[in-house]
Write a protein that binds this ligand. Structure first.
Ligand code: ATP
Length: 381
């Protein structure tokens, strides 16, 4: 069983800088876990500590039940796939894949058998005699995977393995790696800054910010139940729109409007009722905003908005809007301030939408899909 357990792992550089703070995480046997977060959040540092390429400042790490924090990388039974593939340019694909077996003293027959098996899985059979320079980016990526697979490690560690590929190939390789991981069933920890990769590939996703684990959950749970405003804004594309408003008489007051909140909003956010008469941060995903054509059966309210720009993606429109804050009662001392989010609200509309640039629309909000956060701690209510 290759369960990987991180227990209160810390990494400090110099005296004070905490690149990773108290990271506790269990990656189950055969699981595909994605570590995701913005640049500098510490995800590569975490992966490098698991690999043994970076010393752990404090905490414990075990792989397959064995404490490994004092073992060198070669004794940890892991294989790492890097962003630059690290292939030997002078060797053929066969020799690149077979390299670690050769080092381990395996016979030629054993090497041929194993490399041929792997080449079949990775569809590299016709390329075994090529040198890396004569391969496409995707093929090189597959050779790098082959090099990792040949060792039959307890765990694969992958650090942004797709970042050197063009957009189309990245999408293709995303599916290939995820499929391969499922087929092999090897515990895999995969680092990326790309939330789409995280959401489409992993069994579970761990979101890091500033060296601190924010949430670890299935992609679906992260999307529907983010624990705080950071995760809410990081997961999903385009990002969730976040605003500040005030809860008054079970309505949400913001910009020029007062949105009545349906019971479903209070059920989704059990802590919301405590904020009666107070400010709250709230969020709505672009896909939960609509132009005038409303799906039936949901709790909608409308907000006046002006169309600032339209990105036509063929299958849908990404629309940038300015919510009309001009109708806020300026004489009202309790008027909610104009919102940072109001200046640029992003919506995803159906391709059939007929909205025009500069048009004033009644933007429909599905109030049952709102997310609410504490304005001070930013934790989900
Ligand atoms: P990116 O996506 O940009 O690669 P990351 O999330 O992988 O970012 P890390 O490379 O893990 O981030 O770095 C985490 C933090 O630790 C960063 O602020 C970085 O500047 C810092 N850091 C990394 N290596 C060192 C080092 N050797 N000495 C000092 N600080 C370091």
């Amino acid at each position: 069983m290759a369960v990987v357990v991180l227990d209160k792992i810390c990494k400090t550089y110099g005296n004070k800088f905490h690149a990773i703070k108290d990271l506790s995480l269990t990656i189950e046997d055969g699981e595909f876990l994605i570590l995701v977060g913005p640049s500098g959040c510490g995800k590569s540092t975490a992966l490098r500590m698991i690999a043994g390429l970076e010393e752990i400042t404090s905490g414990t790490l075990s792989i397959g039940g064995q404490d490994v924090e004092d073992l060198p990388p070669k004794d940890r039974d892991i294989a790492m796939v890097f962003q630059n593939y690290a292939l030997y340019p002078h060797m053929t694909v066969f020799d690149n894949i077979a390299f670690s077996m050769k080092l381990a003293g395996k016979s030629k027959a054993e090497r041929e058998k194993r490399v041929n098996e792997i080449a079949k899985v990775l569809q590299l059979e016709t390329l075994l005699q090529n040198k890396p320079a004569h391969l496409s980016g995707g093929q090189r990526q597959r050779v790098a995977m082959g090099r990792a697979m040949v060792r039959e490690p307890a765990a694969f560690l992958m650090d942004e393995p797709l970042s050197n590929l063009d957009a189309k190939l990245r999408v293709q390789m995303r599916a290939e790696i995820a499929g391969l991981q499922r087929q092999l069933g090897v515990t895999t920890i995969y680092v990326t800054h790309d939330q789409t990769e995280a959401m489409t590939m992993g069994d579970r996703v761990a979101v890091l910010k500033g060296g601190v684990l924010q949430q670890v959950d299935t992609p679906k749970a992260l999307y529907h139940h983010p624990v705080n405003a950071f995760v809410a804004g990081f997961i999903g594309s385009p990002s969730m729109n976040l605003f500040e408003g005030r809860l008054e008489n079970r309505s949400l007051r913001f910009a020029s409007v007062s949105l009545p909140l349906p019971p479903a909003a209070f059920e989704r956010a059990p802590g919301l009722a405590r904020f009666e008469g107070k400010s709250v941060v709230f969020g709505i995903r672009p896909e939960d905003l609509y132009d005038s054509k409303l799906p039936s059966g949901s709790a909608f309210s409308t907000v006046p908005a002006m169309v600032k720009s339209i990105e036509e993606l063929g299958s849908e429109l990404i629309v940038h809007l300015k919510l009309d804050a001009s109708r806020v009662d300026s004489g009202d001392p309790d008027a909610v301030e104009d919102l940072s989010g109001a200046a640029n609200t992003v919506a995803k509309f159906e391709a059939a939408s007929t909205i025009q640039l500069g048009q004033q629309i009644d933007l429909a909000i599905d109030a049952s899909k709102l997310h609410f956060f504490d304005p001070v701690t930013h934790l989900a209510l």
